[in-house]
Each structure stands twice: as C-alpha cells, then as structure tokens.
Design a protein around this ligand. Structure first.
Ligand SMILES: Cc1cc2nc3c(=O)[nH]c(=O)nc-3n(C[C@H](O)[C@H](O)[C@H](O)COP(=O)(O)O)c2cc1C
Length: 226
C-alpha cells in the first residue's frame, strides 16, 4: 500500500481482533510515526505508554467503559499529553487546545502507520481517566488523552458513510457553498479536462453514428442486390 490517500480512505476502526502477538518491531514503528507528527512549537509534549500484559489490558478495557473487545488486541498504547509544557509557552490555549491537537495528530499517524503494516486499530476516547491514571501511576500533571488498540483484525467492517466533499466546504464565509469550485477558482486544468472529456464523448457519438449509418447502407444495398 503506497498511496497515502488510499491508506487514509481504507483505514477502518477495528473493534474485533485476533488473539495474535504484535511484534515490537511493529509497535515501535507505530510509535515512531507518532513522534514525527506536528506539534505546537515542536514541543512534542507527549508520551506513549505501552500495555502488553493480558491482565492490564483487561483492566484498561474495563476502564474504557467495558469495551472488553480491545483486551484481545496485541497492544494498547495510551497517549499521554504533557499540558504543562505547552502552557509554559502558549498559556491556556497551549494547555487546553494545542496539547489535545498535538496528541490527536500523533494518534492519526499511529493509525495510518499501523494500517500500512497490515494491522488494525481502534481509537479509544471513552475511558475513565482517573482509573487509567491510578492503574499506571500517572501523575496529576499528565493527561491520558486517548488509547490506541493495535492488533490483527478479525474482520474489517464496511466503510461508514462519510459526508461528501461539497458538504464540508465553505468558501470565504460561514455556510457559503460553491456549486462548482473549479469554475469559481478558474482552475484551467480542470475546466480544460472537462471540455476535452465532452469533446471525446461527442467524437465517440459521431463516430458511432457514422458506423451505424454505414452498416445500414450496406444492409440496404445487400437487400436490394438479393
Ligand atoms: C476522539 C475519538 C474518540 C473515539 N472513541 C472511541 C471509543 O471509545 N470506542 C470506539 O469503539 N471507537 C471510538 N472511536 C472511533 C470512532 O467510532 C470511528 O472513528 C468512527 O466510527 C468512524 O469509523 P472509521 O474510523 O472506520 O472511519 C473514536 C474516535 C475518535 C476520533
């Protein structure tokens, strides 16, 4: 799988895993992808806590409001934000917003890298933060942001519906939808490609008409001659 857009589009949230070992090579590649994510001021205010032990995975699944399916995953990776670091440089916005965004960027990198390695993932956001904090002795100033369950998919669910492109784009003003963005932006390449396509269709239709006419004429002549 090489093309990034293909990877992005084909990634699915996997809830059911095979009870299969995930190698350290793969886990480290996934976390390596995370640490290359963008972060505010390149602060990289994140840590990744790897959970492999079956009993601990079970306890995490319970803390995730009884999402027991994730205990079967080969590994659970808890993404921890370090909000104080961001607060030092960017005040409240750094603490509350950038830290969340940094960790979310790291999360998406992890999901995509895992997918490229043939592994499935589930982004777990619903969990009891305090329970996780207690379980792993996470200090007060560190915030568990999300958990990634990584494993071999038991099944790949169908793609859930996604809004079409035009439904999520506004131009220049809130709610301002543009019917034909290519035309609006005077995107010559797209406009020319469309014209070429129309010309091609017209030529194909014309050619077909000539062929049909020729066949008709031949048939008529043959009938006359017989
Ligand atoms: C912030 C966030 C929290 C999520 N929390 C959970 C969760 O706790 N449990 C779960 O099964 N899926 C969770 N998901 C996964 C979504 O349900 C999933 O991404 C969505 O249904 C779209 O499916 P897709 O990822 O296959 O495109 C979460 C996703 C995000 C981004």
């Amino acid at each position: 799988m090489g093309d990034i857009i293909e990877l992005i589009k084909s990634r699915r949230t996997i809830k059911h895993f095979l009870p299969k070992f995930v190698s350290w090579e793969n886990i480290s590649k996934i976390i390596d992808a995370a640490r290359h994510a963008p972060s505010c001021g390149n602060l990289q205010n994140w840590k990744f806590l790897v959970v492999l032990d079956s009993n601990l995975k079970q306890a995490v699944a319970e803390a995730a409001h009884e999402q027991y399916e994730i205990a079967i995953a080969g590994a659970l990776i808890i993404v921890l934000g370090e909000p104080e670091k961001a607060e030092r440089y960017y005040s409240l916005r750094g603490e509350r917003l950038y830290t969340v965004q940094n960790c979310a960027a790291a999360m998406e990198n992890m999901l995509l890298e895992a997918h490229s390695l043939g592994l499935g993932t589930c982004w777990i956001g619903a969990f009891d933060e305090e329970a996780i904090r207690m379980m792993f002795k996470i200090p007060e100033n560190i915030r568990p942001q999300a958990i990634v369950a990584v494993g071999y998919p038991k099944e790949i669910p169908p793609k859930p519906p996604k809004y079409p492109l035009e439904a999520v784009i506004y131009f220049h003003k809130w709610r301002n939808k543009v019917r034909d963005p290519a035309k609006y932006m005077n995107d010559i390449a797209v406009i020319l490609a469309r014209r070429t396509e129309k010309i091609k269709e017209a030529v194909q239709k014309g050619t077909q008409f000539i062929v049909d006419k020729a066949k008709e004429t031949i048939k008529e002549r043959e009938e006359r001659e017989n």
